[in-house]
Design a protein around this ligand. Structure first.
Ligand SMILES: [Fe+2]
Ligand SMILES: [Fe+2]
Length: 190
């Protein structure tokens, strides 16, 4: 039986920039699922509502788990190491990193609102059109935030990180990313 939270064997944390890129592919796939699902909610076929809400639930859970780890990979492991070179490299990269961190905060706020609203939507006996409209707005905001964000990281920030950081620093980033995905061991003394 596969252990809980098992990391797929194809994930190579010695190449952290590749892993971050793969995370983006998963985020992009989830955003597409969200967009399709929300579109289906506009003219709901009663029999399909359960499946649509299940699909949205998978997306919401992904953003609340893997998505949070991905943001931590960037904000706690990658960006600080890049910033340490601030005095040596063109400031353009660091201006972009500042913008990306700001977008992370805005995305987290939208995701929180979506989570809270989704919990109430699932609890309702019937779909509430006002809630669907609000959830649709939030989904579109998230989509509009993430698409250019991911593109900027893929095409500019990660290639810059590959040039700026040493092999040892990249290995350290990958090690922290790996540790972030290990099950938490609770202290027996608490
Ligand atoms: Fe990011
Ligand atoms: Fe990212």
């Amino acid at each position: 039986m596969k252990p809980l939270n098992a990391i797929p064997p194809q994930v190579d944390f010695t190449k952290p920039l590749d892993v971050l890129f793969q995370c983006h592919q998963k985020i992009a796939a989830n955003l597409e699922t969200l967009r399709r699902s929300v579109e289906s909610l506009q003219k709901p076929d009663k029999a399909a509502v359960g499946d649509i809400l299940n699909a949205i639930n998978t997306v919401v859970v992904h953003f609340a788990t893997a998505g949070i780890k991905h943001t931590a990979d960037e904000e706690q492991s990658l960006f600080p190491r890049m910033r340490a070179y601030n005095t040596q490299i063109v400031s353009e990269v660091f201006d972009v990193v500042d913008q990306l961190e700001d977008q992370h905060k805005r995305a987290a706020s939208v995701e929180n609102s979506m989570n809270q609203l989704f919990v109430t939507m699932v609890a309702d006996e019937e779909l509430d059109s006002n809630k669907v409209a609000l959830f649709t707005d939030l989904s579109e905001s998230l989509y509009d935030l993430y698409r250019p964000h991911i593109q900027m990281e893929n095409e500019f920030v990660f290639p810059s990180a590959g040039k700026i950081l040493s092999a040892e620093e990249l290995i350290a980033v990958g090690r922290e990313m790996f540790q972030r995905r290990q099950p938490q061991i609770l202290s027996s003394r608490s």
